[in-house]
Design a protein around this ligand. Sequence first.
Ligand code: AHR
Length: 504
Amino acid sequence: MTLEARMTLDREYRIAEIDKRIYGSFIEHLGRAVYGGIYEPGHPEADARGFRQDVLRLVRELGVPIVRYPGGNFVSGYNWEDGVGPKEQRPRRLDLAWRTVETNEFGTNEFIEWVRAAGAEPMMAVNLGTRGIDEARNLVEYCNHPGGSYWSDLRRKHGYEQPHNIKVWCLGNEMDGPWQIGHKTAAEYGRLAQETAKAMKWVDPTIELVSCGSSHPNMPTFPEYEAVSLEFTYDYVDYVSLHQYFGNRSGDTASFLASTLEMDHFIRTVKATCDYVKAKKRSKKTLNLSFDEWNVWFHSNEQDKQIEPWSIAPPLLEDIYTFEDALVVGGILITLLRHSDRVRMACLAQLVNVIAPIMTENGGRAWRQTIYWPFLYASRYGRGVALQPVIDSPKYDTSEYTDVPVLEGIGVHDEEREQLTLFALNRSLTDPVTLRCALRGFEGYRVLEHIVLEHDDLKAVNGPDGERVKPHAGGRSQAADGLLEAELPKHSWHVIRLGKRNEP
Ligand code: AHR
């Protein structure tokens, strides 16, 4: 049976000008993200700095504008001083977060060089687990102060005459989680983050700060953690963080595809909590959201239990993603775009090898996972003004959710290039959808390209020997007289590009 869905996209129904930083990602000192991932001296594709060029090409293709670093749970036990200066003098340390040995061969300066080579900005996290105000303000001084002080001159001595000018800083990581080294109550964290924020901004008033929110909406302390900690940090920070991971542990794909609705609910609740604190403080400032960890993460959970502790760069969190995971990632991206008025930054966690769109072999090839594709196309065409869609879709129920819309969608208007992109997800596991979308204010627009991510096998995966899951540009759609008609096969994700001119 073919289902029918209707949508309206009006150029005046503006959600917001999208901040390109919602297509950010994340590199943590975890598993093979750094060592064997982005950095592998001796690899045939490595440059003189040890940066794998095959990986850099893929990162650049993804168009990632900002990369969070160095953690994650790792940062809560990290001494940033261990990772700067002559490499032969850097200490080996036990990383308690992932029970591995950190060589510190790669540190802050190497990351800055790498992230700039990737065409991206850094998002730097400071350790508020085992450390505090002093180390954080020193790191800002080391990175951002021009010179003439102890830490800035140390940077210059290390070969970096110009400051790194790191704009975005995270005040710790997941401080609500008992697994975190230096886990803190909301009030403990709030006080420390407030004082750290003050000192960091006194060193460099131009920086932007992210206050830690909950590590998952299922945390028993959510949303109280935000409400309490923001009472301390609200006036000193620019964003609050959200983290969320999804998984199909029960094998119920209909529910898995619907799980992005939880992300929508999570964002709404965090917005409301921020606005409650705003009201309580009689503040004129509206806090934005940094969804700085999101992805599917569950495939590797069992195999990670087998990994011997205290090894260097073991293959941790190496989820191999299926086609259905890519559909969920496509749904997440639509959700982030829907909230682009308040979600101004977001990071796909992570970027290489660790729950990542890009995988590598040590000494060998680099390849694209299934989730690479929705991220690539959202990053490439999801720039401009997000348009609020009006959707009339059939709905379905699952064992976990009721009234799940079969169709998800969002429009993005690139005003300069006079292009409109519709991202759409058909969640039905059995039926195609015929979509009729009224286009208001888009006279003369016609379909330029209809990219489809589809596969018969929901469990299909990619690997170094071949990309079974890959989009094609053979989607069926047409636009005339302000109406777009598109055929969306069962369980598929779409990028329908319309424009006035014949530009690609
Ligand atoms: O991204 C993997 C881990 O997930 C991060 O280190 C942590 O912040 C989160 O729990």
